[in-house]
Design a protein around this ligand. Structure first.
Ligand SMILES: Cc1cc2nc3c(=O)[nH]c(=O)nc-3n(C[C@H](O)[C@H](O)[C@H](O)COP(=O)(O)OP(=O)(O)OC[C@H]3O[C@@H](n4cnc5c(N)ncnc54)[C@H](O)[C@@H]3O)c2cc1C
Length: 400
């Protein structure tokens, strides 16, 4: 087994790290205090990120020089670096965001071009965002309970329902929502629909005020007889037949198989930021002459943090490698998502513990990372839900 990163992946990692270090990290504190970034800065972020949006869309780095598929590895390695820079500022970088995995997994080639390559074209002057809205007031962990409906009316779909906690949901140029075509089919009756900005009946609700990732927009919206063209069902109108045959829900789950390792990688990036900060603080603030017992406790804690971060990275890279090699990775994606956020949370707590009151102070970013990390154990499926998925995969579905 080769743990060396492919040259292309390593180049992307170094490029993204420099961007995270020089651009994202310096914006972190002010963005957290204000709860948002100025529009001009968001525009600059889009320009500075250069062709990142396109990389994440159609022309994403898919193969190494010797033609091995590496798209998923690029995704997790880049996500770790960006979140290391700042997780909330990262979510303000224009691009398709979580809309991309669902369109990539369930869209037709024409839809991938129309909703990803065309909209998130590097030539576009204005920042553009994509979002994925699955969660509803009564359905998040239990995706099968989604109440939003889609009904065909001639050349259009008419959607009704409420979506909550949607990252970038209010400013998105496209929002991918899952809705049920036929409740009698249960979860098999769900499909993804793309709602474009300005669609009639798309009504933005409240913007959440949050404990962490405060500069990231989290929105509620209602679909009130919201009309979208017939072609906006992901997979095309033929998807309707697939839903009748019972494969609709699989599209939703396939999306998570590709997005969960990336979200786990973001958690890893936050944990690594806290670990490195505490390590460097200890090296400069605690000279060799300081209390031996305290030094020993700190070095031991740092060792544990590093071990947990490396374990998380192993799980994440395995899930990404499997995706690149077209090996089903639901269980492994969930393992990475179950482990990394909690390991990173322990690292953030450890960093505060090492630094004592300084770790609690707003003089340092450690207290912010501690607030930011928790949501990684909530969105894209909570830690508990990942455990349910893993145990079902290990034991077989006992409730079949
Ligand atoms: C900042 C933020 C951004 C978000 N962004 C998005 C987004 O962009 N798109 C989107 O669709 N959603 C988003 N979400 C929503 C998030 O994905 C859901 O909140 C999450 O999946 C949990 O679902 P729920 O809200 O239904 O909670 P619930 O399912 O009600 O969970 C409540 C608690 O019960 C536990 N629980 C539930 N079922 C079980 C079970 N079977 N076994 C054990 N424990 C269980 C959960 O683990 C959790 O601890 C975001 C949330 C936040 C906070």
């Amino acid at each position: 087994m080769d743990f060396e990163l492919d040259d292309t992946v390593a180049t992307v990692r170094d490029f993204v790290h420099a961007f995270a270090d020089q651009t994202l990290r310096p914006l972190a504190r002010e963005a957290d205090e204000k709860g948002k970034l100025p529009a001009g800065v968001i525009k600059q972020l889009g320009q500075l990120a250069g062709n990142r949006a396109t990389i994440m869309a159609e022309e994403r780095v898919q193969t190494s020089e010797d033609k091995k598929p590496i798209g998923a590895m690029v995704g997790v390695v880049g996500s770790e670096e960006l979140a290391w820079g700042d997780p909330a500022v990262l979510l303000n970088i224009p691009g398709p965001g979580l809309a991309a995995p669902s369109i990539t997994a369930a869209g037709t080639p024409e839809q991938k071009k129309r909703f990803l390559a065309d909209i998130f074209n590097v030539e576009s002057e204005e920042p553009r965002f994509g979002a994925l809205a699955v969660t509803e007031p009564q359905a998040g962990s239990d995706v099968s309970n989604v109440q939003t409906t889609a009904v065909r009316d001639g050349d259009e779909w008419v959607l009704n329902g409420t979506k909550v906690y949607c990252t970038n949901g209010a400013r998105a140029d496209i929002v991918v929502v899952n809705a049920t075509l036929d409740k009698s089919l249960g979860r098999a009756g769900q499909k993804f629909f793309v709602i474009e900005k300005g669609a009639p009946g798309f009504k933005i609700g409240k913007i959440e005020k949050k404990m962490g990732i405060r500069a990231s927009e989290t929105a509620e919206f209602a679909l009130d007889d919201c009309r979208v063209p017939l072609d906006n069902i992901l997979g095309g109108v033929d998807a309707l037949e697939a839903a009748r045959e019972g494969s609709g829900f699989k599209g939703t789950m396939k999306t998570f198989d590709s997005s969960r390792p990336s979200v786990a990688a973001m958690a890893l990036g936050i944990g690594r930021a806290a670990y490195e900060y505490a390590r460097d603080w200890a090296a400069s603030e605690l000279p060799m002459s300081s209390n031996f017992t305290r030094r020993n406790a700190i070095t031991s804690k740092l060792g544990t943090m590093k071990r947990e971060l490396d374990s998380a990275r192993g799980l994440i890279w395995r899930a990404a490698w499997m995706a690149d090699n077209k090996i089903p990775n639901s269980k492994e994606a969930s393992m990475s998502k179950a482990y990394a956020p909690q390991a990173a949370l322990r690292c953030c707590i450890g960093a505060i513990q090492i630094m004592g009151p300084e770790g609690y102070s707003k003089e340092h970013l450690v207290e912010k990372w501690f607030r930011d990390i928790k949501v990684y154990d909530i969105f894209e499926g909570t830690g508990q839900i990942q455990r349910v998925i893993i145990s079902r995969a290990i034991l077989g579905r006992l409730d079949k």
